[in-house]
Design a protein around this ligand. Structure first.
Ligand SMILES: Cc1cc2nc3c(=O)[nH]c(=O)nc-3n(C[C@H](O)[C@H](O)[C@H](O)COP(=O)(O)OP(=O)(O)OC[C@H]3O[C@@H](n4cnc5c(N)ncnc54)[C@H](O)[C@@H]3O)c2cc1C
Ligand SMILES: NC(=O)c1ccc[n+]([C@@H]2O[C@H](COP(=O)([O-])OP(=O)(O)OC[C@H]3O[C@@H](n4cnc5c(N)ncnc54)[C@H](OP(=O)(O)O)[C@@H]3O)[C@@H](O)[C@H]2O)c1
Ligand SMILES: Cc1cc2nc3c(=O)[nH]c(=O)nc-3n(C[C@H](O)[C@H](O)[C@H](O)COP(=O)(O)O)c2cc1C
Length: 599
């Protein structure tokens, strides 16, 4: 890849000058393979429109789209940046250049803020897009069977509608930053063919030559200074409290954590998530080193750094989920193993079943002879941060952030297994070990801006987390709006998380309604959506009064069933047809009155 010189933030230029110089250098060096300057680069067509659309649930694709928009400005484009759902669809047939950056959620589905756009574009009634030149970048996770599924759908559908692909679709796994940058760097030549994309003189470069500034739907300032701590430099925070929320006899282990943010410069809002950088379990690290018959202080490479094997396995690599490459390598080295028989593409579903409850250590035990450390390390994925919905309002707990986390523990194939981050928090963060954190803004999953607007919150299990924050926020701001919470878990006696707080809020009137669904207190399961259906007429009247509807918790089943119940309520209590109920709920989404934080 071309090595493009870059003016760092520390250089003696203001943001405008830096943007122009960086644009100039990128334009100059990206024109020619090898980075040699190209004096005869195509002249810029100042202010050429570029539509940049993102589909993003937790902000990664949105962050990339914002970076792309900024860089495109410095290259002379006039970018328009929108969440896919917020883009005026009628404008697409007339648009000439568009870049879509989208993550994938659920099982190969677009994120919430792209669903309406997808429904529109996939319909038979979608317009032809012969005028459009497009490129799609996907963010995903190879652990999911439909890797980058949403971006595949967008890419194929745009082509089917007659749009011309400017560049092959890009795909990024969880470690997305570097591949995304490579893809974007390769895009400029394609985008600039016959138009902008080359550096412009100062002024024109940052959009000050016209009214074409980047549209920031979240209102975030362009080029605002960043706090020193963030995703790329997480803050080592002290854990102040770790409290088990379940009572003795429960089948669950949900914990409430209070973490100090003092001195970090980190700020958050109710609805945001906290990124936690986990540390692997030391016993598992020992077991892996033993299975490799290696020495813990042996040197290994992580990126450009050399460190001990123990350090790398403890802090930098995912030592639980095997990569595809590791599966293939182990199958090859152990041709008689069950795994080897499942590696063919047509055995994909069987392989998935076989892998459930198995981890990297189980693969090492399949090998007839230990793998060399130098072969093993490149087969590992990076250890990535876990996100947790913040369960506090900063107004109620200045300088602190609270989490509500279910510890993942299970036994399989004769081994006790532990979720990496949830048990790191539960068992090991304490007096000597800090927890590295950053704030992941939620982009939309927030209490209504108007304190008078009613809120309906559906949050069973750990899904209660953000709603504790929403309610604290409403209490702290003396908001007058009505609040209705649906909470559920297995058993009332042992799993009524935050019971005193919630019943206290019901008594004080902060919670206008608290509806509970304990699934295992009776023979027949009762879930939150049953309580919604029982109260269909009232729920409908709240929606009609402008209530915002929020869901948090399990994505695989609960969120889908709650969504189906919501549609049914619009049909039955609202007297709509199934088709009209779909339109009603889609409108709730596009009006940002239906927000989900599901995982
Ligand atoms: C936006 C967002 C907000 C979130 N908010 C919260 C929150 O508020 N509270 C919360 O608790 N979580 C929350 N999560 C989930 C959280 O990020 C982690 O995924 C979760 O804590 C598990 O991480 P871990 O590192 O402990 O487990 P991991 O090491 O990642 O292990 C989890 C994996 O273990 C495997 N597994 C689990 N159980 C079994 C079993 N019985 N048998 C076999 N295999 C099994 C599965 O493959 C599962 O994916 C949120 C996620 C997102 C994306
Ligand atoms: N992506 C990840 O990495 C990850 C990690 C951790 C957890 N999770 C998900 O997050 C969820 C949250 O876990 P949690 O322990 O807080 O709560 P949970 O397992 O969702 O359980 C909370 C309550 O919801 C009930 N429930 C089960 N199925 C439901 C459905 N279809 N509709 C409505 N309610 C339903 C449960 O009942 P019963 O149990 O009695 O059926 C229980 O009463 C987990 O289920 C898991 O799927 C994901
Ligand atoms: C609940 C959940 C479901 C996901 N489903 C998929 C999937 O089906 N395919 C995929 O490639 N990635 C999947 N991902 C991974 C995300 O797309 C990935 O983390 C991405 O970087 C998130 O980007 P965003 O922050 O812009 O939403 C899933 C992630 C979560 C937490």
């Amino acid at each position: 890849m071309t090595n493009i010189p870059f003016i760092p933030e520390s250089a003696p230029f203001n943001a405008e000058q830096r943007a122009w110089l960086n644009g100039f250098l990128t334009g100059l060096f990206s024109q020619v393979p090898g980075g040699a300057p190209q004096p005869n680069a195509a002249p810029p067509k100042a202010g050429e429109p570029l539509v940049i659309l993102f589909g993003s649930q937790t902000g990664s694709a949105e962050g990339l789209a914002k970076k792309l928009a900024k860089e495109s400005e410095s290259r002379g484009f006039s970018p328009k940046l929108f969440a896919l759902n917020d883009y005026e669809q009628a404008n697409l047939p007339a648009a000439s250049k568009a870049v879509i950056i989208s993550s994938t959620w659920g099982d190969g589905e677009p994120p919430d803020n792209a669903v309406n756009f997808w429904n529109w574009i996939k319909a038979d009634s979608a317009p032809r897009l012969e005028n459009l030149n497009f490129a799609v970048l996907g963010l995903g996770d190879k652990n999911y069977s439909d890797f980058c599924g949403a971006s595949k759908k967008f890419d194929a559908r745009l082509e089917a509608l007659g749009a011309k692909r400017l560049a092959p679709r890009g795909e990024c796994d969880v470690d997305y930053e570097s591949p995304a940058k490579t893809w974007i760097d390769g895009l400029w030549d394609k985008l600039s063919e016959g138009g902008a994309g080359s550096p412009l003189p100062a002024g024109a470069a940052n959009g000050t030559n016209g009214a074409h500034g980047v549209t920031h739907p979240t209102g975030e300032a362009n080029g605002a200074s960043k706090p020193a701590y963030g995703k790329s430099n997480p803050f080592p925070a002290k854990l102040l409290r770790n409290v088990l929320l379940n009572k003795p006899g429960s089948g669950k282990e949900v914990r409430h954590y209070e973490i100090a943010l003092n001195g970090s410069g980190l700020t958050y809002e109710a609805g945001d998530a906290l990124g936690v950088v986990p540390v692997n379990c030391p016993e598992l690290v020992d077991d892996i080193i033993a299975a490799l018959k290696a020495k813990p202080d042996e040197n290994v490479k992580f990126g450009d750094n050399i460190m001990s094997l123990r350090e790398a396995l403890t802090h930098h690599f995912d030592i639980t989920k095997p990569s595809q490459e590791m599966l293939v390598a182990v199958a090859k080295a152990a041709p008689q193993s069950e795994l080897a028989a499942l590696i063919a593409p047509e055995k994909r579903e069987d392989l998935k079943k076989w892998l459930w409850g198995r981890q990297v250590i189980d693969l090492l035990y399949l090998l007839p002879a230990p793998m060399l450390v130098s072969e093993f390390i490149p087969l590992l994925k990076r250890l990535i941060p876990r996100l947790y919905s913040i369960s506090s309002s900063p107004k109620a707990h200045p300088g602190e952030v609270h989490l509500t986390v279910g510890a993942v523990r299970y036994e399989s194939h004769g081994r006790v297994r532990k979720g990496v981050a949830s048990t790191f928090l539960a068992d090991r963060v304490g007096d000597t070990e800090f927890v590295k954190v950053f704030v992941q803004p939620s982009h939309g999953f927030k209490p209504p801006a108007n304190g008078d607007t009613p809120m309906i919150m559906v949050g069973p299990g750990t899904g209660i987390a953000p709603f504790r924050a929403f309610l604290e926020e409403r209490q702290a701001t003396a908001a007058k709006g009505k609040n209705w919470l649906f909470f559920g878990d297995q058993k009332k006696d042992t799993d009524f998380l935050y019971d005193e707080l919630l019943t206290g809020w019901e008594k004080s009137g902060l919670l206008t309604r608290l509806d509970l669904a304990f699934s295992r207190d009776q023979e027949k399961k009762i879930y939150v959506q049953d309580r919604m259906r029982e109260n269909a007429a009232e729920l409908w009247s709240w929606l009609e009064a402008g209530a915002h509807f929020y869901v948090c918790g399990d994505a695989s089943r609960m969120a889908k069933d709650v969504d189906a119940a919501l549609h049914k309520i619009v049909e039955t209590a609202g007297g709509r047809s199934a088709e009209d109920a779909k339109t009603y709920v889609a409108k709730l989404k596009s009006d940002k009155r239906y927000q989900r934080d599901v995982y």
